[in-house]
Write a protein that binds this ligand. Structure first.
Ligand code: UT7
Length: 335
């Protein structure tokens, strides 16, 4: 019988564009206020790429930083999975562009799209492939340049999102720590709640589609909010259940950074103290699939995660999709 491997994250990295857009900056271009944004979302500022920077540029830097933290060379990576809703181009995949940029000549590469839950989908796929022995070192990246698909006349969406990329390397690790479980799910019936309608095969790009602003993000925020509050707790509990743990076992929670009110509702539901919950959305807003990826990197680099901690990752997004993972943390790096 084939023995399944023990799998974990052995390195992380992230990359944020330098340009900061504050709530006051947005007050000048759309009918909103700093106070509304802060109280309704918890966001103070977000990062924005310039016109010369695409998703793969952020993903490449995050990947190089993850390789460095894992003490791996690009040649040792055998698969790259990029989760994004803002690929550089329709095809080739952003993963192939990253493969070229970092010189990962031995890696297969593909993009995965599960909106804001995409990094957790990527982690789940990578976990299974490494566990089964199909691949050894998988680079999983969540990378977004959402500001490129935002309608800066739509105050319902343009105040929420930002740009960034996070990367993690999933590999075999010694028994006793690593990824204990992952859980992913979807409900396509509510896909219309969060979508970019044009630019695909249903409504190809045209002068008309652009005039009608259909190549921008459309969101029913209220409905997505209701879904998020329920699914964050459900998904976290499901992943815990899969590895025989309960919410009482959580040492640290890394939730998708969508809205402080969604995070607080999840904290209440899971009955964990606020100091065990990672938050950076005040600085970056919602970066879709990059949010959880960057959060793990920052939490790890800031020393917030201790060896042996039970760390729960949880997210949700358009699709609708959701995902969660339970990790038994060990300081990353192979040495
Ligand atoms: O990663 C997954 C992606 N999406 C999400 O997680 C989004 C989940 N949803 C949310 O975070 C919240 O629903 C929002 C932050 C998007 C909106 O907050 P809300 O408390 O649900 O506000 P609302 O949509 O119910 O709007 C309340 C009021 C409305 O005005 P009226 O109709 O009451 O006069 C909106 O027009 O707030 C108004 N409003 C704004 N006012 C100032 C909406 N956006 C803004 C704005 N500035 N930016």
């Amino acid at each position: 019988m084939i023995k399944l491997r023990n799998v974990g994250i052995i390195g992380t990295g992230s990359c944020l564009p330098d340009k900061i857009v504050t709530n006051s900056d947005l007050e000048k271009i759309v009918d909103t206020t700093d106070e509304w944004i802060k109280t309704r979302t918890g966001i103070s500022e977000r990062r924005m790429t310039d016109e010369n920077t695409a998703t793969s540029d952020l993903a490449t830097v995050a990947a190089m930083r993850a390789l460095e933290s894992a003490n791996l060379s690009p040649e040792e990576i055998d698969l790259i999975i990029v989760s994004t809703v803002t690929p550089d181009v329709m095809f080739p995949s952003t993963a192939c562009i990253v493969q070229k940029n970092i010189g990962a000549i031995n890696a297969a590469a593909f993009d995965l799209e599960a909106a804001c839950a995409g990094f957790l989908y990527g982690l789940s796929v990578a976990e299974g492939l490494v566990r089964a022995g199909s691949f050894n070192n998988i680079l999983v990246i969540g990378a977004e340049t959402l500001t490129k698909i935002l309608d800066f006349t739509d105050r319902n969406t343009c105040v929420i999102f930002g740009d960034g990329a996070g990367a993690a390397i999933v590999s075999e690790v010694p028994e006793g720590y690593g990824i204990m479980s992952t859980y992913i799910g979807a409900d396509g019936r509510d896909g219309h709640l969060l979508t970019v309608p044009a630019g695909g095969s249903r409504i190809p790009s045209s002068v008309e589609s652009v005039q009608n602003r259909l190549h921008y993000v459309k969101m029913d925020g209220k409905e997505v909010f209701k879904f998020a509050v329920k699914i964050m707790g459900d998904a976290a509990e499901k992943a815990l259940d899969k590895c025989g743990l309960t919410k009482e076992d959580i040492d640290y929670l890394i939730p998708h950074q969508a809205n402080i009110r969604i995070i607080e509702a999840s904290v209440k539901r899971l009955k964990i103290s606020h100091d065990k919950v990672f938050r950076n959305l005040d600085k970056y807003g919602n970066m879709s699939s990059a949010s959880v990826a960057i959060a793990i990197d920052e939490a790890s680099r800031e020393g917030l995660l201790k060896d042996g901690d039970i760390v729960v990752l949880v997210g949700f997004g358009g699709g609708l999709t959701w995902g969660s993972a339970v990790l038994k943390w060990k300081s990353i790096g192979r040495n």
